[in-house]
Design a protein around this ligand. Structure first.
Ligand code: BES
Ligand code: MN
Ligand code: ZN
Length: 511
């Protein structure tokens, strides 16, 4: 989508639809909404007086000015109550308005920056959220080669953010640029995770990483099965050995100043299809396991975004990518394998494969002497039992890293909940046959999975994000009601990681 900024009054802008807003309970709108209302001779006050719109979050009403102003349509979107108002209200309202405009047939959209005035948000952040909400709300998965579905002919081509105060245009522009980069990173993640496993293979993930490297001057290294064997990545290879599809170990590095400073390392689980292996899953909803590379998708989306924004510090993304398949060459339950750090693992359940591929990726990360490592993974069904689909479970060894992730998640509309990384749970991973076994039983399944990962993590701040409950969205009461989600992958993680990386990037390291 083409995103532009413009100074002036929204009621003078020529577009297929202009968007203004309304807080709940307001009967005499001021600001831009008031100005449009005056130009329309009180039409918005009429909508309010007649109860057509009350300002509830994401509520919309549409007006046809019939020549009173240059725009063909006016969309009024509710922002909810002022007490509950935050950046995610802006993101949601922008999405709701954009969908209303699209469904009405508008192709060009102009909007004020919700929350920049009366809402009291920083204008830059508010502009970022408007752009994110608009692009994400209009997202649709376009399967390559598939006959266009009904409604797909309707699309919005451009969004113009209109700011009255010319001196504040630079803030709007800065926010809009970041918002577009974040939203496009999220759309990349969604496309990768929605895509079928016969298209989104480890090879395709590697090609995506190479494309990002070429676009933004990063370096990309892709290891094949033989190179993984040379590095003794026995845990990752034990998952890959059942698959015919070639596994890839992808390392994508952003380092604009060629610095050797300790990098921020991202690790993403890249299981392009999780059948469970010999410990095969039930067939019901197994198709959703094409999204078991959502962690990898989030990490690649994040890298694309930081490339587009031009982050100054060094970031390394590591994506272990393979299918998990049953076959004559697949790992048997009971097999003992050795990860690259020498830890031996008894594979009790081949469906607990995510922790096996992450084991070697986390061990590999240590060679960078990382400042921070954050991994993102659809790791456990148990985190869905614990938190459902509203919040991502986060484990952190470091309080300030947790605070950073929590704050970034809140701003991004990706709520994070801290889980206990408590060493006593290690007992559940004990076995007499190896250093550790790969499952810890039903109790605290999400905790024991993380305790397993901890065996491969070096002495640096580390956080693990289990997105198994938040990566996939559908319109159910168990899922958040957000107009910037459509059925399928959410792209969760990108917004949070980009926020956390920007916060880390802004800190000057002066020793
Ligand atoms: N990819 C799954 C976890 C998952 C479940 C993601 C549901 C998204 C939705 C993971 O590899 C897995 O199979 N985990 C097992 C672990 C068990 C065997 C200890 C699980 O959660 O059942
Ligand atoms: Mn599994
Ligand atoms: Zn899995």
């Amino acid at each position: 989508m083409n995103v532009a900024i413009q100074s002036g009054s929204i009621q003078t802008v020529d577009a297929d639809a202009i968007v203004v807003n309304l807080f709940e309970g307001v009967t005499e709108p001021g600001g831009a909404t008031g100005a449009v209302d005056k130009a329309l001779n009180g039409a918005i006050r009429d909508l309010i007086a007649n109860g057509d719109i009350r300002g509830k979050l994401n509520e919309t009403a549409i007006l046809y000015p019939r020549g009173a102003i240059p725009a063909s349509r006016v969309i009024v979107v509710g922002l909810g109550s002022e007490e509950e108002f935050d950046l995610d209200s802006v993101r949601q309202a922008a999405a709701a308005a954009a969908r209303k405009a699209r469904d009405a047939g508008a192709r060009t959209l102009a909007s004020i920056v919700h929350g920049g005035g009366r809402g009291g948000l920083a204008l830059t952040d508010a502009a970022q959220s408007v752009v994110e909400g608009t692009i994400l709300g209009l997202y649709r998965y376009d399967a390559p080669g598939v006959i266009p579905r009904e409604g797909f002919d309707r699309d919005v081509d451009s969004l113009t953010l209109v700011e009255f105060d010319t001196s504040r245009l630079p803030e709007v522009e800065a926010g809009a640029n970041v918002g577009q980069a974040v939203a496009e990173g999220i759309c990349l993640a969604r496309d990768l995770a929605n895509g079928p496993a016969n298209e989104v293979t480890p090879t395709m993930l590697a090609e995506t990483a190479q494309r990002i490297a070429a676009d933004y001057g990063m370096t990309c290294q892709v290891l094949d099965r033989e190179q993984m064997a040379e590095l003794k990545m026995g845990a990752l290879l034990s998952v890959a050995q059942g698959a015919n599809e070639p596994p890839k170990f992808i390392v994508l590095e952003h380092n604009p100043t060629q610095s050797d400073a300790p990098p921020f390392v991202l690790v993403g689980k890249g299981i392009t299809f999780d059948s469970g292996g010999i410990s095969i899953k039930p067939s019901k909803r197994m198709e959703e396991m094409r999204g078991d590379m959502s962690g990898a998708a989030a990490v690649l989306g994040t890298m694309q975004t930081i490339g587009a924004i031009g982050l100054s510090k060094r970031v390394v993304a590591i994506v272990p990518a393979t299918e998990n398949m049953p076959s004559g060459t697949a790992t048997h339950p009971g097999d003992i394998v050795t990860a690259m750090n020498g830890v031996t693992i008894e594979v009790i359940n081949t469906d607990a494969e995510g922790r096996l591929i992450l084991a070697d990726a986390l061990a590999y990360a240590q060679q960078y002497n990382p400042a921070v490592v954050v991994d993102v993974a659809t790791l456990t069904g148990a985190v869905v039992v614990a938190l459902g689909h509203y919040m991502t479970g986060v484990y952190a060894t470091d309080d300030s890293l947790w605070e950073t992730i929590h704050a970034a998640g809140h701003a991004a509309g990706e709520p994070m909940w801290r889980m206990p990384l408590y060493p006593a749970y290690d007992r559940q991973l004990k076995t007499s046959f190896a250093d550790v076994k790969n499952v810890g039983g039903r109790p605290a399944g999400s905790v024991t999975a993380t305790r397993f990962l901890a065996k491969f993590v070096g002495d640096h701040p580390w956080a693990h994000m289990d997105i198994a409950g938040t990566n996939w969205w559908e319109n159910l009461i168990t899922h958040p009601k957000k107009p910037y989600y459509v059925r399928g992958n959410t792209g969760v993680g990108v917004g949070t990681l980009v926020g956390a990386l920007r916060a880390w990037d802004a800190v000057d390291v002066k020793e």
